[in-house]
Write a protein that binds this ligand. Sequence first.
Ligand code: ACO
Length: 325
Amino acid sequence: MTLIRSVITGCGGYLPETVLTNDDLAKIVDTTDEWIVERTGIRERRIAAEGELTSDLGTAAAEQALERAETDARDIDLIVLATSTPDNTFPATAVTIQANLGIQHGAAFDLQAVCSGFVFALATADNFLKSGQYKRALVIGAETYSRILDWEDRGTCVLFGDGAGALVLEARKLNGAGLERGILASELRSDGRYKDKLFVDGGPSSTGTVGHLRMHGRDVFRHAVTNIADVITETLANTDYTADDIDWFVPHQANKRILDGTARKIGLDPDKIVMTVENHANTSAASIPLALNTALEDGRLKENQLVLMEAMGGGFTWGAVLARW
Ligand code: ACO
């Protein structure tokens, strides 16, 4: 049977220049490097420069992904940007990126699923490509969380960073043999009963302000490992693969303890986890493509390898995508 697969043909990333270490943070709030490393695994994060926008980060990541895919921007007909920190309430930041890239056709839109945004965006683009509606997509995660953090709240400001990552997907006709490349399965979930566990206390229709990130860290932690492990199991169940077949586990980079706990729960070798939380902190929707980009650049990630991505975030939202690179 002939079917269309969304094949990943390029990957790119962008990190702002300014590095903020845990020691730098200890000068702003009552915290220590030891506390942050022990609880989260984070040592440093990047912070966007004044005037550097989410669209700038996303454009830079997209340009690198396009170059590596050897794809002309004009051949892209779909841009899905996952972000919770858009340049403006509207228009979608995706259309700014579209214009920055010189693209004047197809569709570009933002998708909001907080830290799960990239997984949701990847699954969305995959479904558009598989349906035959679009041919080549840019899937981008770009965030400037530094702009929505309360820099007086030590419980949250130490956890996040800025950055962007992007993938180019191309619809290719395949004959469905197991080893062929592309997105193989995805599962997305949300449960709005938990919307007050991780949220921003402002917005256009509620306060008319941008607001700051608020979190009940323990509750998030408690749900994270279970939800993520469940959705991974459900995603793998759509395929003939098991956790043993996975070459790289590329999770949303929230917290080292969550990642280790998830790998343990699904029985995955810890050496297979791509971990960037130490240097990037939690870049929300940007963290998975940034981690993919890191593994690509250091030579770990190679064509035809089986890659499992997963995320959980505000909403709660959570999901997983299995792809053959
Ligand atoms: N430095 C020093 N002390 C701190 C800091 C800090 N940065 N932050 C909090 N504390 C203190 C608290 O004030 C508290 O002090 P008290 O006992 O005197 O009241 C103490 O540390 C314990 O606070 P808790 O919040 O209970 O600490 P916990 O062990 O739960 O760790 C953490 C907090 C790291 C946030 C943890 O709950 C966690 O990892 N949660 C997951 C949240 C997460 O990763 N969110 C990311 C977004 S969601 C996602 O991407 C999955």
